[in-house]
Structures are given as C-alpha cells and as structure tokens.
Ligand binder design. Sequence first.
Ligand SMILES: *Cc1c(COP(=O)(O)O)cnc(C)c1O
Length: 427
Amino acid sequence: MTWPLAFSRADAITRDLANPLRAFRERFHVHPDTIYMDGNSLGPLSHDAEEAILAAVQSWKTHGIDGWTKGERPWFWLGEDLGAKQADLVGAHPDEVVVTGSTTVNLHALVSTFYRPQGTRRRILADDQNFPSDLYGLKSQIALRGHDPATDLVTVASRDGRLVEEDDIIAAMSDDIAFAWFSSVNYRSGQLFDVERLTREAHARGILIGFDLAHSAGVVPHRLHDWEVDAATWCTYKYLNGGPGAVGALFVHQRHFGTTPALAGWWGYAKDRQFDMSPDFSGATSAGAWQIGTPSVLGSGALHGSLAITAEAGIDVIRAVSLDLTGYLIDLVDARLADLGFSIGTPRDPARRGGHIAIEHPDGARLARALKARGVVPDFRPPTTVRFSPVALYTRYVDVWDAIEILHDLASTGAHLVFENERAVVA
Ligand SMILES: *Cc1c(COP(=O)(O)O)cnc(C)c1O
C-alpha cells in the first residue's frame, strides 16, 4: 500500500476507517486513557478470552474430575485441540501442533530430541542476537551431553550489533553442525528471517533446524509443513493474546512422528492407551508425543476465545494490516523524529520485519519511562531500543499518530530528562 505524505491526525483517522479489521478492537478490553504498544510482549484481554476463562472455571465447578472427558471442551484432548486450532496460523497439519509447556520448556523438549551430536558433527548453530533464554537453553543442552558450550555453540555474529545476515548464517552451516536453532523474528530488532530459505539450506547440508516463533506466531504467517521445518515452539501470550504465562505451543514435522521424545512423560503417550498405565513409553504418533505432563486447563483457557478471534480475522489479513501499521509508524518516525536523534532499528523491507518496530535513541530507557507516564505503553530493551508494536487487531492508526506526537513532545522539550536512563525491573 502507498500513503500520501500528507501526515495529519485527520489522515490517521481516515486510515482507521479504511482498516478492514477495525471492528475487532471492540472485542478487546482497551483502556481509554492508554495507548497500548506492547502487544508483542503481552497481548490484552479480549471479551472472548474472558468468557473462555470463565467457561474453564465453570467446567471445573460443574464436572470436577469428570471434566477430563465431559463438558463442552473435555480437558483430556486440550493440548491437541488447541494445537489444531493454531495449525493454519503456522501452516501445519492439525496433528503437527500441540499446546503444552512454555517456549523455553518446549525448546528443551525439542532440542533434546533433535540435537543428536555424532562424531565430528556435534555443534549447534545459533546467532548472537537470539533471546537470552534460547541461548541458555542451547548451552545447557550442549553441557548435558558432556560437551563444552564455549566450543560447541556456534553463534553467528551480527555485523552491526542488531541485524544478522542470512548469508552469514548459511556460510556457517558447516559439516560440524548437527542442529540449528533461530528465532523467526528477533525480539529486539524485529528482523524476520526467511524461515524457508534457512531450512532449505540447513537440510541441504544435513543439518536439522528448529525455530522459536515467539515474535511471529499470530502476526506473520508461516508454512512450517511445506517448508519442512523440523521443529518449532512459540508462546501464546504475545500476539495470540492467551494471557500472562499462557501455555505455549510446539510443532513437530509429520516426518518425525514415531521418533521417541527425549524427555518422555505420560501426557505424550498414545492417548487411547495412556490410562493402561504401562511402565514402557509408547508415544502418540503426533506432535502430542512431545507433551510431558498434565496441561494447565486454566492456564490455556483463554486460548479458546483468543484463537477464535485470530482465526476470524485471518492471519493473511492480520499480516497485511500489521505491515501497513508498522510502515506508517516508520514513516512517522522518519518525518517527525529523525531530527531529534531517533532512528529505525528494524529492516525497512516488509519481507524482513515482524510485527514490532525498534525505535533507537540513546535515551531509550528514560523515554520509555516518560512515555508510560504519558499513557503510552511501549517497552524497552537495552541498550537503546524502545519497542512499539501496533497490533492489527486493536491498535488504531490514530494511536500510532498520537504516540509519535507524544514522543516528539517529550524529546523536543526534554520532559523525559527527569526520568532515570535505566530500565525498570520488568521493562
Ligand atoms: C517471549 C520469548 C520467550 C519466552 O519464553 P517463556 O518460556 O515463555 O518464558 C522465549 N523466546 C523468545 C524468542 C521470546 O520472544
């Protein structure tokens, strides 16, 4: 889409009227005095999710233990059911996705299975910009095999401390790499990797590859099955609006069904025989095999409502609106803030960015605090990144406009200088 460079608040309102998703905002609890730009960290509560949580509580109240097999949504099939409901979002077959664990726990379940060091092919390939928890997980997986993470975790370095070049990653896919793990969208810069290309190049070199989709699930469509991605995980509390600490999701490609999960537990057992209580593990022939223990019924309850909203809007429309909103945000930063020391840390090419924009400024930490005091909720990632995520389902163009005007006001008057240039405990 193209936009006239006649920026004004009235123009922002006109854009809102043309937004095909504009009606979805009413489905969410949005605070009238707040401009919420942090949906990439924690999506807001929707009325649909609220009802679904209450239904989960009601089901417990009504059925007690029988809730596992009775009621509208019997809990026994919860992980499989909520997994199938996300299959379209990531381009998977319904049985390739299951809701279980959390992103980091699922990383361990997947990496422990698919990282199989043998002889000289024994290293893991990652990049130095990945989310710290992913790097901790990969290092501890290497240490678990009795190897040294200092030599066996190969991290491709960013050239500019922000973006990581896919060509550099591919050049590092050497014969000593057994497994590769990347985030589809970088949590700080918002850079989107070409998941298909990295998967193809890894496989051409005999490397298995997995992805953390925490910052793309629900905002960037994927085709994990067709691209033959080996494994993936993501959280459901960011763009999927499942609530703080909501149960995560994982994907295992169909061709790995039948592989024994390295971290087995009874919830991964073939479901029709789980209650035979055999001492020997026999896994489900689905991604469900990678579940470990009993899923949290209340911790995933919201997803019945929130995923329905995402499905109704459609991931391709969400992506189109998201790109238009982030493109608009980039244009406003260029037009209004460039002279005040701000720059864009996210790739401008729509094919290379996810759902949030990294706005860079040396005073980022105190600007984030000052924005919050003025009713704009961004977040901050050290050293200098203020993240803004205008979310297609509930953020208006006029919100983007107002947020940038407030940022302009703060930076041009120096009103942010009364705040300390330090991040908060939870930034
Ligand atoms: C948010 C996020 C996580 C969070 O992991 P949890 O186990 O859910 O706490 C992990 N990895 C990435 C890339 C993230 O963005």
